[in-house]
Design a protein around this ligand. Structure first.
Ligand SMILES: [Zn+2]
Length: 147
């Protein structure tokens, strides 16, 4: 190797050794892809929606969207009983949280501090599909004990 080549090789090695390790970039590459949670919980006042508030909501929804609000469960239902949930006083609305109607409904509830759970997709044992659950989370029904 000529002197000139040696110098060039040494410079290349020095350059490689001195190359800063971009920790942030490496971390970014290794970080798991950001996944949206399947449900967003808004706790609000923690109280159930009153029948008066619900009647008003249904009126305002119908006036705004020119169709009735798609309620899929009002209070306790067979499905909730089978899943073991106490759904009394809670209301399920078959709307995607990100839809225009879903966003309108969530805002309506937030303005009144009415709790809700916005399900973006089905959650095993909790939701059969996307919907907005109005009210605090459903407690588990006490298991009946056969004696
Ligand atoms: Zn529900």
């Amino acid at each position: 190797m000529t002197g000139r080549l040696l110098v060039a090789a040494a410079m290349i090695l020095a350059f490689i050794a001195a190359a800063p390790v971009d920790a942030a970039a490496r971390k970014k590459r290794c970080a798991p892809r950001r996944v949206e949670p399947p449900a967003v919980v808004y706790r609000g006042s923690g109280h159930l929606i009153s029948s008066r508030q619900l009647a008003r909501l249904e009126r305002e929804y119908a006036a705004r969207w020119a169709r009735p609000m798609p309620i899929t469960a009002r209070g306790m239902s067979k499905t909730h009983r089978l899943l073991g949930f106490d759904h009394a006083g809670r209301v399920d609305v078959g709307l995607r949280p990100a839809s225009a109607e879903g966003a309108w409904l969530r805002l309506w509830l937030r303005k009144r501090a009415i709790p809700y759970i916005a399900f973006r997709r089905a959650v095993q044992g909790q939701a059969t599909g996307p919907h907005i659950h109005i009210g605090p989370g459903s407690g588990r029904l006490a298991k009946e004990v056969a004696e």
